[in-house]
Design a protein around this ligand. Sequence first.
Ligand code: A2P
Length: 359
Amino acid sequence: MAQAGGTRGRARCQKVLQISGDRNLRAASAWQPRRRRRRRCRRWPCARATRGRCRWSAWARCSSPLVHEATKNAVLAAIEVGFRHFDTAFMYGTEKPLGEAVAEALRRGLLQSREELFVTSKLWCSQNHPDLVLPSLRDTLKNLQMEYVDLYLIHWPVCVNGPPRFPSKKEDAVPLDFEGVWRAMEECQRLGLAKAIGVSNFTTKHLDRVLAVATIPPAVNQVELNPAWQQRTLRAYCADRGIHVAAYSPLGGQNWDGQGNAVLDSVVLAEIAKARGKTVAQVALRWTHEQGVTCIVKSYNKERLKQNLEIFDWELTEEDRLKISQIPQRKVVQTSSGLFSEEGEFTSVDPAELNNVEE
Ligand code: A2P
């Protein structure tokens, strides 16, 4: 269970969905509101606590009005079907449509108050400088039309000079000031602008560096995680240190490496799905949920949104779990190929320091 600073001891439960149509899109997720939680969950997410109240997640660098509108509509659809946790990021470009959708949901009475939501956003690599953290969070809050985020994450253990851009130029990468940036993150929490703080795409080595200086330890590490990239080492490390793990791409992502989708195309998962009368996506989400990991799953499709919530009233068998544990492992999103353009060179930073792959 994720606990840190202001969130320590508070149960937080979730189920997530993301909306996306292409690589540039990604978004949100929704959690059980804290004030309605009476009992502490043993696991995060907790099926009992989230039944009928789920979260949703999407990402999008949506400069186009069409994508903006699609994102907003998908958030509204997600709220309607029960998602309550929304995961966004400055770089996705989904903060504004998410904020608009929430405002609209409040106007329409789909939500009674902002407190019913759990909203996560993330600090982009170009703002990973101590003096830029707080201004960046203020920009995020302005985009979201909100007074606070429930969780603010360092998006990558990567710092680049220059304006926000994706992909970044290799020569713009500079060493990340883990201590200075984490101090600034802690200040965001102390000011009440982020109820909790954490990281994303961090390996155990990156986490070591944060924990060495942290007054408030990271509440969450959000990473690529699914049956085809199970992150056993990282999960064990985080469990020992009380850091909650959240999974992006729990359905295997969008063929970013051109090698197909190791989750949705998995024969092992398909066999289990057939035997259980579920879809492959549901088996993947259920497995992730059973690991005590929060799923950041996105869909723009209302039927799939609903389907992705139907994972709480059944469970995998021991035999299913054993088969899933033997699925060949393959990480898709890698720092140097994922974040940086192909041309150019790293001049001020050792690319090994940026590596986010660890068995
Ligand atoms: P769609 O929006 O058309 O439903 P990621 O792993 O990067 O989060 O991407 C999730 C992808 O999985 C999205 O493209 C989404 O497409 C798709 N998706 C979401 N839910 C399901 C589902 N239940 N079955 C199949 N595909 C799904």
